[in-house]
Design a protein around this ligand. Structure first.
Ligand code: ATP
Ligand code: MG
Length: 377
């Protein structure tokens, strides 16, 4: 730990305190998450779900864990430092333009698609757990992440109320990755309006908030939901619902269409992260051009929409768009390889986890093939 100097505290959560620090050897900023619980040995540290998840998932839209340091029974997780969280970012912006919301949502979905394909789901998606620096967005805080294949029932769930999906509110014990999609729908809506979409004041009132906006689901919309409600003697509050367009005024019709799907009551009808990425909201000419298609530029196109800015920002970080496709196709394989490597690569009190080799830019003709695969996926 000697090489790190703590600059300030940036978060004090349930399980750890997060500091901004600097590596005095390289002058790089880092985020240091010091866990509150005491640890006696590496086995105990490495069995932590958060650690296991971070060591398995390597993606340009997932925060990078650089090192684990166990010192004086304290576990320190050393992360790359990413400017601010999405809550702070939104608070400092007057109105986030749609092309930026599209860009942010796109990157979050890429992180989720990668995570879900690797059999993890996040379980605590909220603006404070998403980090942003310039145009780069990364998922963080995997403290509640779960293995999709781990045996339900999941009883230890305490995640943030406003982003909880209906099935979690109704005490489902077998929920899965669709809860991240619902939470992200609520987050994207909040990026447009600057206020939470479902700000329930207490747990029992949270479903009211959701029904008030989305309208009460019918039994045929969500039969399993009615079963869950019966089991806990809950009666759905009766609301006709508001049109999302009337709640999220600034959003384009395509954005509203995507959000309506992401915020579906029935988890089995919610699109997967990969399906969301294929939604026309993300398929603008500039992305096609970026992938090498010869799309004719219309006169005054820039005036008609501001997707150009999106394309430019994608170009400046061109790895991102490609990673999903590359990693989505053979992620299990690379995930296992990564895990193996990590298992043997530690010494003394420092556990090195870094090898971000899977984010290489592909040759452009491969890109076209991948893009076609991606669309047809
Ligand atoms: N790598 C990072 N770079 C910059 N800031 C970070 C980083 N990781 C975390 N933070 C900041 O610290 C805050 C808390 O981090 P994190 O969510 O991982 O901790 P936590 O203990 O789980 O907190 P909570 O219980 O409040 O969710 C984040 O909201 C973010 O503002
Ligand atoms: Mg957090």
């Amino acid at each position: 730990m000697e090489k790190y100097k703590i600059i300030e505290t940036i978060g004090d959560g349930t399980y750890g305190i997060v500091y901004k620090g600097i590596n005095t050897k390289t002058n790089e900023y880092v985020a240091i998450k010091k866990m509150k619980k005491k640890y006696t040995d590496w086995d105990e540290c490495l069995s932590l779900k958060e650690v296991q998840t971070l060591l398995t998932l390597k993606h340009s839209n997932i925060v990078t864990l650089n090192e684990l340091i166990l010192q004086k029974n304290e576990l320190n997780m050393i992360f790359e430092f990413i400017g601010q969280n999405l809550f702070e970012y939104a608070k400092n912006m007057n109105e986030i333009p749609e092309y930026k919301i599209r860009n942010i949502s796109f990157q979050i979905l890429q992180g989720l698609a990668y995570m879900h394909k690797n059999n993890f789901f996040h379980r605590d998606m909220k603006p404070e757990n998403i980090l942003i620096s310039g145009d780069q967005v990364k998922l963080a805080d995997f403290g509640l992440a779960r293995d999709i294949n781990s045996e339900p029932p999941f009883t230890d769930y305490v995640a943030t109320r406003w982003y909880r999906s209906p099935e979690v509110i109704l005490n489902s014990k077998i929920y899965s990755s669709p809860i991240d999609i619902f939470a992200l729908g609520a987050i994207i809506a909040e990026l447009y309006t600057g206020v939470p979409l479902f700000p329930g004041k207490e747990v029992s009132y949270q479903m009211n908030k959701i029904c008030e906006v989305l309208g009460t689901p019918s039994q045929s919309d969500w039969n399993e939901g009615y079963d869950l409600a019966n089991q806990i003697h809950f009666k759905f509050p009766q609301y006709r619902g508001k049109k999302l367009k009337n709640v999220i005024h600034r959003a384009s019709d395509l954005a509203i269409n995507l959000l309506e799907m992401m915020l579906c009551f029935n988890p089995s009808k919610r699109p997967s992260a990969v399906k969301c990425l294929q939604h026309p909201f993300f398929q603008c000419n500039e992305i096609l051009r970026y992938f090498g298609f010869n799309v004719k530029k219309e006169e005054n196109e820039e005036k008609k929409n501001n997707n150009n800015n999106f394309a430019m920002s994608m170009n400046s970080r061109s790895n991102n768009f490609l990673n999903l496709i590359e990693e989505g196709n053979n992620n299990n394989h690379s995930g296992n390889k990564q895990k193996k490597q990590n298992e043997f690569n530690y010494e003394e009190d420092v556990f090195f986890s870094q090898n971000n080799s899977n984010s290489k830019l592909q040759k452009s003709n491969n890109n076209l093939k991948r893009f076609e695969d991606f669309l047809g996926n």
